[in-house]
Design a protein around this ligand. Structure first.
Ligand SMILES: Nc1ncnc2c1ncn2[C@@H]1O[C@H](COP(=O)(O)OP(=O)(O)OP(=O)(O)O)[C@@H](O)[C@H]1O
Length: 274
């Protein structure tokens, strides 16, 4: 989680260089040749300009509203609905543009709250990011009663054994810690139906990500959220994703229509400003 620009002024051209374009292009053309280029992707152009029109559960809408969000960012306008429909999603946009809120909403909408088992697994590269995602998930899911466990390096095995039997809906963690929990069978993957990689691909965790994929159920929704799309993204898409929706949002208009007050309220709640 980084400080965000209120005026959308932080566009960093290096995130959108020709390599990115090449990778997105190769994502399109994988294994299909020019004629079948779109076959490996789901085309999805819908833009939903208000949270109320996204067919979200009442209690999720209440959580979004209580957090101070009035209008979705461009990323959220394009990403929340396909994610809620269970589609695989690749979403690229710069930090601080609303990606975390997008996948948290998508997960919260799809959980079965009568089943207290881990149904969604989120991987993030750092302890701080894991804690921030947990905070957002708990805040948005407050009225739904979501149970979330953060799994970061340094958590003792006995602590994990204490927490997990009480039941969770979502586990968010650093990859080493999550892999360890799964190998020790402290975390049962049988009910996991959503798997998110948040900002993981530029951090060199490929082997751990592959390891975790092998332990997950075969039929799973995958979301790839990142500011950059390194070549590993192509490989993950080929191996593990099913006709994903691609969303690439230019930062210039990402907060268009979102009030300064809403942004300031959310930033204050996130501890980014006083
Ligand atoms: N619709 C909205 N209205 C107002 N504020 C919002 C909205 N969506 C997100 N925010 C706030 O904007 C900030 C960035 O949002 P978020 O964490 O979802 O972005 P991100 O792209 O995941 O960032 P990062 O990549 O740095 O984790 C947070 O403080 C969040 O609370």
């Amino acid at each position: 989680m980084v400080e965000m620009a209120l005026e959308g002024s932080q566009f960093d051209a290096k995130h959108y260089d020709s390599t990115t374009q090449d990778i997105l292009f190769s994502l399109c053309s994988y294994n299909t040749g020019a004629l079948g280029r779109q076959e490996n992707f789901t085309s999805y152009d819908e833009v939903v300009e208000s949270f109320e029109d996204m067919s979200l559960q009442e209690d999720l809408l209440r959580g979004i509203c209580a957090y101070g969000f009035e209008k979705p960012s461009s990323v959220q306008q394009r990403g929340i609905v396909p994610f809620c429909k269970g589609l695989d999603v690749i979403l690229q946009s710069e930090p601080g543009t609303g990606k975390t809120t997008t996948f948290c909403s998508g997960i919260l909408q799809q959980l079965d709250y009568n089943l207290v088992e881990c149904q969604a697994l989120v991987l993030a590269p750092t302890r701080e990011l894991v804690q921030q995602i947990k905070k957002t998930m708990l805040a948005l899911g407050d009225y739904l009663g979501v149970k979330v466990h953060a799994c970061v390096g340094g958590t003792s095995a006995s602590e994990v054994h204490k927490i997990l039997p009480e039941g969770v809906h979502v586990v968010i963690g650093q990859p080493g810690c999550v892999a360890d929990m799964m190998h020790r069978q402290s975390l049962c993957p049988d009910h996991i139906k959503v798997f998110i990689l948040d900002d993981m691909l530029s951090h060199g965790f490929k082997d751990q990500i592959y390891d975790i994929f092998q332990l997950l159920p075969a039929k799973i929704q995958v979301g790839l959220f990142s500011a950059v799309m390194p070549p590993e993204a192509l490989e993950i898409t080929r191996k593990f994703m099913n006709k994903p929706v691609r969303i690439l949002v230019d930062s210039a208009r990402v907060w268009s229509g979102v009030s300064l007050l809403a942004l300031r309220t959310a930033r204050a709640k996130d501890g980014l400003i006083r």
